[in-house]
Ligand binder design. Structure first.
Ligand SMILES: [Ca+2]
Length: 345
C-alpha cells in the first residue's frame, strides 16, 4: 500500500488544528447522555493517540467535524424487530432480476483472466464474489457519498452502538495513516465503503491487492474487489467445493416445524431461528425432502422454506452462514446465493 509522507509544513500546522478541534461548535444538540459532540471527539482523539495514530491524521480528520443529523435520522429509521418477517419472494424478484444477472455475467467475462487464480487461491466461486459485489453496489455503480469520518463519529457519539462505531472510526484513522487518500473516504451512511462496502476494520484486516499494482484499491479496481471479497469469505470459513445451498422439493403436508432448530444462535438469532435442524442430505432424502441440484449426500444442511408450505424451499449448507457473516439477513443471503447461481448458469 502507498504511504503518504506528512510534509513538514503540515506537521507545523497540526497544533493550530488541534486548537480548532477544541473549538468545534457545540451548537448541535448534545446526545441523550448529555455529552457534546466536540467533547466526545476529544475522547476519540485521546484513544487514537494511545493507539499510535499520527497526530496529523487525528487533527486533519476530526477537526471541524460536526454531527450529521441525516445519519441519525437514517439510523433511527432502521426497522425494529418485526413480529412476522415480510415475504421473501417479492424481495428475490426485485434483487435477482435479469438486469443484475446480465451485468454480473458481463463482469465475469471482463474478469475471466484473473478468475481462475482467485478461485484457486481462495476457494470461493467467482459467481458468489460477483453476486456480493452486485448486491452491495450494483457492481460499483453506487457506493455512497457520505463522509465516512463524519458518519462514524456521529453514530459513535449517538451511543446506541458506540463500541462498534468508535472502533470503526479508529480503524478509519488507521487507514488514513496508511495512506488511503481522504477523497476516497466516502460511503454509506453507516460507514461502509467501496465496491464491496467494507467497514474500515474489515478493510484493514482483509482487503487485498488482486491486480498486483501494490495498492488495495476496493474503490475502483474490480480485481482488488473480488480478491478482497474472496479473502473475506475464506477468512469467514467458506468451504471449498460446497454450494451455498440448493433448491429442494418438500412433500405435501411435510411438517417442517417438527424439525425446528433447538440451538440458539449466539448472534443474529432471529435470522438463524428460521432454519431447521442440521441433517445430512441423505437424511433429508429419507424424509422425502429432495435436493433439486447437485450436492453431496453427506453434506450437512438445514431446511429453509421462507414463505411457508407450497413455496420454494432450500437446503442450506454452512457456506450460507458465511454469506450471513457478510450481512446477517436471510433476504440478503438467499438473494446472493440465487444471484450467484444465475450468474454461473
Ligand atoms: Ca491493486
Amino acid at each position: 500500500m502507498n504511504r503518504v509522507s506528512i510534509s513538514h509544513t503540515f506537521k507545523l500546522s497540526v497544533t493550530a488544528m488541534a486548537l480548532a478541534l477544541l473549538s468545534v461548535p457545540a451548537a448541535v444538540e448534545a446526545q441523550p447522555m448529555g455529552e457534546t459532540f466536540s467533547a466526545y471527539l476529544q475522547t476519540v482523539a485521546a484513544r487514537a493517540r494511545r493507539e499510535g495514530i499520527n497526530e496529523a491524521t487525528i487533527s486533519r480528520t476530526l477537526s471541524g467535524l460536526t454531527p450529521n443529523q441525516r445519519v441519525i435520522e437514517l439510523d433511527t429509521a432502521q426497522p425494529g424487530r418485526q413480529s412476522s418477517p415480510p415475504p421473501m419472494a417479492p424481495y428475490i424478484a426485485r434483487h435477482v432480476d435479469s438486469s443484475i444477472v446480465s451485468r454480473g455475467r458481463a463482469r465475469y467475462a471482463q474478469l475471466s483472466s484473473i478468475i481462475p487464480s482467485v478461485e484457486a487461491r481462495y476457494g470461493v466461486p467467482a459467481s458468489i464474489l460477483l453476486a456480493i459485489w452486485g448486491h452491495e453496489t450494483n457492481y460499483g455503480s453506487y457506493v455512497g457519498d457520505f463522509d465516512l469520518a463524519r458518519s462514524l463519529a456521529t453514530l459513535a457519539w449517538e451511543g446506541r452502538r458506540r463500541d462498534l462505531f468508535e472502533g470503526e472510526l479508529i480503524a478509519l484513522l488507521k487507514m488514513i495513516d496508511q495512506g488511503v487518500p481522504a477523497y476516497k473516504l466516502k460511503g454509506s451512511w453507516a460507514g461502509a465503503f467501496g465496491y464491496p462496502q467494507f467497514l474500515p476494520s474489515v478493510y484493514l484486516r482483509l482487503a487485498v491487492d488482486g491486480d498486483g499494482d501494490g495498492d488495495r484499491d476496493i474503490f475502483s479496481s474490480p480485481a482488488d474487489t473480488i480478491a478482497s471479497i474472496a479473502n473475506y469469505f475464506r477468512d469467514a470459513g467458506w468451504r471449498r467445493g460446497q454450494p451455498w445451498g440448493v433448491p429442494a422439493s418438500v412433500p405435501a403436508g411435510f411438517n417442517v416445524d417438527a424439525y425446528a432448530t433447538k440451538l440458539a444462535a449466539p448472534t443474529c438469532d432471529r435470522v438463524h431461528d428460521r432454519h431447521s435442524q442440521w441433517k445430512t442430505v441423505s437424511e433429508w432424502r429419507a424424509l422425502g425432502v429432495a435436493p433439486l441440484s447437485s450436492i453431496g449426500s453427506d453434506v450437512l444442511t438445514s431446511l429453509f422454506q421462507p414463505d411457508g408450505p407450497g413455496t420454494p424451499a432450500y437446503l442450506l449448507t454452512g457456506n450460507y452462514r458465511v454469506i450471513l457473516q457478510y450481512n446477517c439477513s436471510n433476504y440478503y443471503a438467499l438473494s446472493v446465493g440465487l444471484l450467484a447461481d444465475e450468474i454461473a448458469r
